[in-house]
Design a protein around this ligand. Structure first.
Ligand SMILES: *[C@@H]1O[C@H](CO)[C@@H](O)[C@H](O)[C@H]1NC(C)=O
Ligand SMILES: *[C@@H]1O[C@H](CO)[C@@H](O)[C@H](O)[C@H]1NC(C)=O
Length: 369
């Protein structure tokens, strides 16, 4: 049967005498524990943090049959029953997690108490090791983990956000320790990497910052009969402008400028350079821009793309003319089906009888035609 008063009670007179002897021997430096290679701390009277220490000893002989002379932490060499255990498992706690570092929870087993994330011990550390003592208690005071509060007046600790990151991304979040942020590319481009990051306790990011996928516009291609006013490249950066010009006598049909947009497309399709049209009439006057003119009086006998040319046709039954407009589209200008080119003789001998020169039909005549 164990003798509780020997372990937890006050030392008897005999114990005190033994303790004194041990102390005196210890001070002369002649006692070393036989069972351990590590020196056992000396028991210092009045300095032990434990309320009680088992009976001190020098060797197993001092301890009787049920106990051994073993090193019991701050109590020094003491008579302990090695099979005695400390409380295990411990009640679950809000602030810390306890873990046995030995297979058993008997004398001299070690117990690790680790504070939960964000909490620390009064020492500033977040972990403490406790030892199972001869008095069946875990060594030291019951550890209490508390939240690390920022110093009043100081801002909470943050993770760094370099300028190149804040100029590339719109950041959602405060970047304070223990929180997450979200990235989105200011250019609207796709993100390569993690779009979310966590600011860790040590003020570093859990992941590397992502990057924005570089957006390019493909070359919009060449414009026939036109010039591209830009350095020829296979791809262009966002915001890049390409200007277009047409060769002489070609008409720009479409935008004069296109811009590379953030989504990789151009602001518009490239323009066309449209050709002029040869007026398909020689010995007839035509109406251009409200003026009736001989084609040979017009420079190059050509009209620009988009111009309307009005031809004169003869009424099938009456001696009058009516007009039909045709428009020039990219070099194509066809006379209307009703138009007949006068012969050279007609032109030379009877110029006043040319269809373009006779009177115009009444509106009523044209409608019934
Ligand atoms: C790119 O953006 C423009 C304007 O924001 C839009 O009109 C166009 O449809 C978009 N193109 C694509 C391929 O998403
Ligand atoms: C030619 O005629 C069409 C249709 O009547 C008109 O829309 C266009 O503006 C005209 N073109 C010119 C250059 O006057």
């Amino acid at each position: 049967m164990p003798q509780p008063q020997m372990v937890t009670g006050l030392p008897s007179r005999m114990d005190c005498a033994l303790l004194l002897v041990t102390l005196m021997v210890a001070l002369t430096g002649t006692v070393t524990p036989q069972t351990s290679s590590e020196p056992c701390p000396k028991r210092l009277v009045g300095e032990e943090r434990r309320r009680t220490c088992p009976r001190p000893c020098k060797a197993d002989l001092d301890c009787g049959s049920k106990r051994q002379c073993l090193c019991d932490g701050q109590c020094g060499l003491s008579c302990v029953a090695p099979g005695r255990t400390c409380p295990w498992p411990l009640a679950p706690r809000e602030d810390a997690v306890a873990r046995l570092l030995h297979p058993t929870h008997s004398f001299s087993a070690l117990l690790e108490v680790r504070c939960k994330p964000g909490l620390t011990l009064p020492s500033g550390l977040d972990v403490v090791i406790r030892r199972c003592q001869g008095d069946r208690r875990w060594s030291g005071d019951e550890p209490i983990c508390t939240a690390v509060l920022p110093e009043p007046g100081s801002s909470p600790p943050k993770c760094p956000l370099p300028k190149e990151v804040t100029s590339t991304f719109t950041i959602e979040g405060t970047a304070t320790v223990g929180t997450s942020i979200r990235y989105s590319c200011q250019s609207g481009a796709d993100i390569v990497g993690s779009a979310e990051n966590y600011c860790q306790e040590n003020q570093t990011w859990q992941y590397p910052h992502p990057v924005c996928k570089k957006v390019y516009c493909k070359s919009p291609g060449e414009v026939p009969q036109g010039y591209v006013v830009a350095v020829q490249k296979t791809e262009y950066e966002v915001g890049f402008d390409i200007h277009y010009l047409c060769k002489k006598n070609f008409h720009l049909d479409g935008p004069q400028k296109v811009t590379c947009l953030a989504n990789g497309s151009w602001s518009a399709a490239p323009p066309f350079c449209r050709a002029r049209c040869l007026i398909p009439a020689v010995r007839s006057r035509v109406m251009i821009d409200g003026v009736k003119r001989w084609p040979f009086d017009i420079t190059d006998t050509m009209v620009p793309h988009g111009e309307n040319v009005t031809f004169f046709c003869k009424h099938l039954h009456k001696h009058c003319s009516f007009s039909v407009a045709q428009s020039c589209f990219d070099g194509e200008l066809r006379p209307p089906a009703c138009y007949l080119e006068p012969t050279w003789l007609q032109f030379q001998l009877f110029p006043h009888r040319l269809v373009s020169e006779i009177e115009t039909c009444d509106a009523a005549d044209v409608e019934t035609f």
